[in-house]
Design a protein. Structure first.
Length: 731
């Protein structure tokens, strides 16, 4: 059981204790007797110390003597509100918007605040310290009250040891609040209260996840850790199942009818929902009319319903390695809103007249009804692009046998690809950054155990779809963003990268012989694209890709448009995936309102929704990342006796990180486990150096490792270092 750190109050710094009492009641005055009583002291020596300390604090203008012997806190600008960011060492920092530096909060000044809480702090005057120091005086809003941990059962009570390394206390649970959990079970515990004199908060067990290490337990634990649901409440399923999803003649009359126009979808071969389709026809003037058709989720998802509230709270679908946690129930996501072949569907469309050079000549936005003629996987579309033929062989086909498509379909797919390539080239020339990061995927057996690892890369078929989705998103945002008077809208924003991060990236990639030109925005994007192109297929590609992505600012949703740096767009929105992203639903609703000449929506209301959507997206991304780590550890457990060639992907004072080339699993070799010398961290060289031998292991070096320990609960791998590639292969 972890002990909560002692508060500074009675036995610590007396000034701080007195100020703490006065701060908690800023409108009241206190004399020395009242303060002594609050501190629980009554001897003459302590009272005299309090009297002297009150005089010192008054002389220092931190408190004021209102009446003779009665003091109150000075109302000044030393109080701030911000968000507490805990470290794993038990202290934290508060990020305050108005201040340049974060405020250091020592462990004994947290006053029961937890990581992510919105807090009010008092900042002490700067002395000769590197950072300003403060104390939490009030918890304004808890970030979360649910935590995942392991139950440690005693006779009449228990403690839940929380798995989050930033959580510095366990949670006390009374016997009658156990929910039949057994000793050692992984559980979700809810904090109910934190009594004044208690070392730990009091809570109740909300959910028993199961035995640690078991597959379902750990996947549900990942979701619970980020507050993400793993199923829909019954009332939500019932509501969704009662929605009329039939196609009505009366509704078709209100829409542009495109059922006769050649339309198809291109998606991953294992996709369950198809939320976008492309239509294609050649116009009499030789230009092409290309439609980007998106499932009309907003037709079914009506504001004010319990289904809409559920979708908003989720804000996004979550894609874990072995499952999808959808934003919408299956009746909508996989049926009514899925643009399946040979089924009439309600869609929301962006339709463009495009010339042979890929320039948009005309545009139209609105509600439509469409019918998809074909469903292609990326592999099938890629085959058509590469062969210019309509026969899909059995080994590529997602059907049970080979099949053929018409010449019109072949012409449509190949022409769309040529246009997409021209649009992409133009976009990159205008300063967009080309990220083609390798995605790690797992082959799973029937029990969802990982049996193999493979890498997913983008080919022309993927880029074709991406380019037309980008076009729709950009043009929708432009259409609303350029209107006067200004209209409230949902933008996908991406700020410029931080200069210091770019400098750090330049230092790292220089170790591999690459250069960046940081002179101006154009040279930065150009040299980043050159770097990303040059590392393709090299041993350091994944590391450089990852480091480059980390230099980028985080994309987010906002009603305040700043453009999208990574795409080099002045206007950008999310319009193309309303089945899995709530911001796209809001974009559809607002676009339709403005097409109907309705007044601008309330900016404040939508900004709050944007903030919530960005937060939920971040949680989903973390959960997805954790599920990959879990599967990687699980995969490596079965390969403990093998040697692997890896690349040193990180160097720290306590060890080196190694990423295995064959499967992208990353683990740590701790310095204390390297026994052939005493190694020291050289920060400037991004290396560890042997004290006796001078032997050096540097960032980017290839080394052989094997698995020392695979910890499923912490989702962490420890490796043994066997030696450098040269050492091992020459022996």
């Amino acid at each position: 059981m972890k002990k909560k750190n002692n508060r500074s109050g009675e036995k610590g710094n007396l000034s701080k204790s007195i100020l703490d009492i006065l701060r908690k009641a800023p409108d009241k005055t206190f004399n020395y007797k009242q303060i002594a009583e609050k501190l629980g002291v009554n001897d003459a020596g302590s009272r005299n110390k309090i009297i002297r300390k009150l005089a010192q604090l008054a002389a220092g203008k931190q408190i004021v003597e209102q009446d003779r012997g009665k003091f109150k806190i000075v109302a000044n600008l030393d109080y701030y509100t911000g968000v507490l960011d805990m470290t794993t060492k038990g202290f934290g920092y508060v990020v305050v918007e108005e201040l340049e530096d974060d405020i250091f909060i020592p462990a004994n000044a947290l006053n029961k605040a937890l990581n992510g809480d919105e807090v009010e702090i008092y900042v002490y005057n700067k002395r000769r310290k590197r950072k300003s120091e403060g104390e939490v005086v009030k918890i304004l809003k808890r970030k979360r009250t649910d935590f995942v941990g392991i139950l440690q059962l005693q006779k009449n009570f228990g403690f839940v040891a929380i798995q989050d390394p930033k959580m510095y206390t366990d949670v006390f649970v009374q016997k009658n609040k156990m929910l039949d959990a057994q000793d050692g079970d992984k559980v979700v515990v809810t904090i109910e209260e934190w009594p004044e004199k208690a070392d730990s908060p009091f809570g109740k067990i909300k959910q028993v996840l199961g035995k640690p290490g078991e597959h379902q337990t750990e996947i549900h634990a990942i979701l619970a850790q980020y507050g993400l649901p793993h199923e829909f409440p019954i009332e939500i399923e019932d509501f969704a199942n009662k929605i009329d999803t039939s196609i009505q003649a009366s509704e078709i009359k209100k829409r542009r009818d495109l059922r006769e126009v050649l339309t198809f979808t291109i998606d991953p071969k294992d996709a369950k929902d198809f939320d976008d389709a492309l239509s294609f026809q050649t116009l009499e003037n030789g230009n092409y009319e290309i439609g980007i058709h998106i499932a009309d989720v907003s037709h079914y998802l009506q504001p004010g319903t319990i289904l809409d509230e559920e979708a908003y709270q989720r804000a996004t679908s979550v894609y874990l390695v072995d499952r999808v946690v959808p934003m919408l129930p299956e009746i909508l996501s996989n049926n009514a809103c899925s643009l399946r072949p040979n089924e009439e569907k309600y869609t929301f469309s962006a339709i463009f007249e495009i010339d042979k050079k890929g320039h948009v000549i005309e545009q139209w936005f609105g509600r439509t009804v469409t019918l998809s003629d074909e469903r292609f996987s990326y592999e099938e579309a890629q085959h058509i692009i590469e062969t210019n033929e309509g026969t899909i062989p059995e080994e590529v086909s997602i059907r049970d046998a080979a099949y053929s498509v018409s010449e019109d379909v072949v012409f449509a797919v190949t022409t769309l690809n040529e246009l997409a390539k021209k649009m992409r080239t133009r976009r990159l020339n205008e300063g967009a950054i080309s990220f083609d990061k390798v995605e790690v995927k797992f082959q799973l057996n029937e029990e969802n155990e990982p049996t193999g690892v493979f890498f997913k890369t983008s080919k022309e078929a993927n880029k074709l779809i991406e380019e037309f989705m980008l076009l729709a998103n950009k043009k929708v945002a432009q259409f609303i963003g350029k209107q006067t008077p200004k209209k409230t809208f949902i933008y996908r924003c991406h700020d410029e990268p931080d200069e210091s991060k770019l400098n750090s990236l330049q230092t790292v990639v220089a170790k591999f012989g690459y250069k960046l030109n940081l002179k101006d925005r154009k040279s930065v994007t150009s040299s980043l694209n050159t770097l990303l192109s040059d590392v393709q297929g090299t041993k350091e590609q994944n590391m450089v890709d990852t480091l480059t992505i980390r230099t980028m600012s985080k994309a987010y949703y906002s009603t305040k448009n700043i453009g999208h740096y990574g795409l080099a767009f002045d206007y950008y929105s999310h319009f193309t995936s309303p089945i899995r992203r709530y911001p796209d639903v809001m974009t559809h609703r607002l676009l339709q309102e403005y097409l109907d000449q309705k007044p601008s929506a309330k900016e404040e209301e939508y900004e709050e929704k944007c903030h919530h959507s960005s937060e939920m997206e971040s949680l989903a991304t973390n959960a997805e990342r954790d599920s990959i780590k879990f599967m990687q550890v699980k995969f490596m457990i079965d390969h403990k006796d093998e040697q692997f060639l890896g690349v040193i992907s990180g160097v720290t004072e306590w060890g080196i990180y190694v990423e295995i080339i064959d499967n992208k699993c990353e683990g740590m070799v701790r310095l204390k486990d390297i026994t052939n010398d005493h190694y020291e961290f050289n920060e400037e060289q991004y290396a560890i150096v042997g004290r006796k031998t001078g032997n050096t292991y540097q960032l980017g070096d290839e080394v052989y490792v094997d698995v020392k320990n695979a910890d499923l609960l912490k989702r962490h791998l420890d490796f043994n270092l066997i030696g450098s590639k040269e050492e091992v292969e020459n022996n």
